[in-house]
Design a protein around this ligand. Structure first.
Ligand SMILES: NC(=O)c1ccc[n+]([C@@H]2O[C@H](COP(=O)([O-])OP(=O)(O)OC[C@H]3O[C@@H](n4cnc5c(N)ncnc54)[C@H](OP(=O)(O)O)[C@@H]3O)[C@@H](O)[C@H]2O)c1
Length: 179
C-alpha cells in the first residue's frame, strides 16, 4: 500500500487530496492544526488514515513530526498548506507581520519540510508543493487583482521557485503528484 504524507489536510484541497488517496487505496498521513478538523474521516477509512498535528512554521514541530515518522517510507510528500494573505490590501497598508507570515508559510515552510522529510521519500517517490498561478512570475503581466502598480502577489513567485528548487535538488522527485 503506497503511503502519502499530506501537509495541511484539514479542509479544502488538502482534505480532498487526503480523501482521494484514501479512496484509491493509499495509506495517508494527514497533518492538521486542529485534530477536530478530520474527526469524521477515521471512521470511514480506519487504519489507512493517520492524523498528525503540525503548524508548518513551527520548526520544532516539523522536527518532532519527522521523528514520529522515523522508518516510514513515503511514496508521496505533498505540501499543500498555504495562506492567501492580504490579497487586496494596497502596498502602503500591508502589515509587515502579515507579509512575513505569508512568506514563512508559503515560501520557506514548504522548502524546509521537503528538505526535512526527503530522507523518508522512496527512491521513486514524489515530492510536491501546491502552488498557484497567482504566484507565477511568468504570468504576471500587470498584477492579478488590482490595476498597476501591482500589489504584493498572493504567493510572490517563490511558490513556483520553491517547487522547482525542490525538484532540482532532489532529482529523483517528480513535480506532479497526481496521474
Ligand atoms: N482554491 C484554489 O482555487 C487554489 C488555486 C490555486 C492554488 N491553491 C493553493 O492550494 C492550497 C490549498 O488551497 P485551499 O483553497 O484548499 O485553501 P484553504 O481552504 O484555505 O486551506 C488551507 C490549508 O492550509 C492549512 N494551513 C494554512 N496555514 C498553515 C500553517 N501555518 N500550518 C499548517 N497548515 C496550514 C490550513 O489549515 P487550517 O485549517 O488549520 O487553517 C488548511 O488546511 C494553498 O496553498 C493555495 O494557495 C488554491
Amino acid at each position: 500500500m503506497p503511503t502519502a504524507l499530506i501537509i495541511g489536510a484539514s479542509r479544502g484541497l488538502g482534505r480532498a487530496l487526503a480523501e482521494e488517496h484514501l479512496k484509491r487505496g493509499w495509506a495517508v498521513i494527514a497533518t492538521v492544526r486542529d485534530v477536530a478538523a478530520l474527526a469524521d474521516l477515521p471512521a470511514a477509512h480506519g487504519a489507512a488514515l493517520r492524523v498528525e498535528t503540525l503548524d508548518t512554521i513551527d520548526w520544532a514541530g516539523v522536527d518532532a513530526l519527522h521523528g514520529r515518522l522515523a522508518g516510514t517510507v513515503l511514496d508521496l510528500l505533498f505540501v499543500n498548506a498555504g495562506i492567501s494573505g492580504p490579497v487586496t490590501t494596497p502596498i502602503g497598508a500591508v502589515e509587515p507581520g502579515a507579509f512575513t507570515e505569508l512568506m514563512l508559510v508559503n515560501a520557506l515552510a514548504p522548502l524546509r519540510i521537503i528538505d526535512r522529510f526527503a530522507d523518508l521519500l522512496a527512491a521513486d517517490g514524489t515530492a510536491a508543493v501546491m502552488t498557484s498561478g497567482l504566484g507565477s512570475i511568468a504570468n504576471n503581466n500587470g498584477g492579478v487583482r488590482q490595476p498597476r502598480p501591482a500589489p504584493p502577489r498572493r504567493k510572490p513567485g517563490l511558490a513556483d521557485g520553491r517547487a522547482r528548487l525542490g525538484a532540482h535538488r532532489y532529482g529523483r522527485a517528480k513535480r506532479n503528484a497526481l496521474d
